[in-house]
Ligand binder design. Sequence first.
Ligand code: SAM
Length: 223
Amino acid sequence: MRFHVLTLFPEMVMDGLNTSIIGRAIQNGKIELEAVNIRDFATNKHMKVDDYPYGGGAGMVMQAEPVYLAYQSVAEQISSPRVIYLTPQGSVFNQRMAEDLSKEEDLIFLCGHYEGIDERVLEMIVTDHVSIGDYVLTGGELPAMVMIDTISRLVDGVLHNDDSAKYESFAENRLEYPQYTRPEEFMGRKVPEVLLSGNHAKIAEWREEESLKRTRERRPDLL
Ligand code: SAM
């Protein structure tokens, strides 16, 4: 799986994803990540990539041309690329969307900044408009990182134990059961007896019940 991120802040994306499980997956070649600096495609001598909005109003808008050229530099190596524009105006990202996107070989993420990007280039290149929630961030870099982290966990070989993605929250529309580790007792609170019993059928039954109970309490909308 190859991720290509079009951004004005490539170091933010590279630094943000280069640690822990995702950093290891990049080093082991399970996933590839490149951040393309849109500013490198500015065609004026000040390397300016934004301008005032037509019709007036607050802030600046990213210009169409550098975004298009940055896109072209990546897209010419890929046949029919899927281009995700991170925007608060998109469909809200979820695990099902991550599963769908994890089947692609290449994904291009387009990060806006300031007031956003000139609509004309969005009409020309974007295939998916995706939001990470109903709030407004300063840029698309954090949303792109959130999506790349989530999708990468579904790529074969990224997690040591592939089962951990299968039985997690949102698989089968449930939240995961509570987890415990050593010691058996912490400040007077004991690990549930059943988890120490070694009886795998009983443990599975307990986990199933806890998962349902937790989902009913915290996210009844999932059921
Ligand atoms: N003026 C835009 C609007 O009202 O819809 C918001 C622009 S926002 C300040 C700048 C950039 O941050 C957007 O172009 C987008 O790439 C990114 N962004 C902000 N909030 C986001 C969210 N919830 N999900 C995904 N991307 C977001």
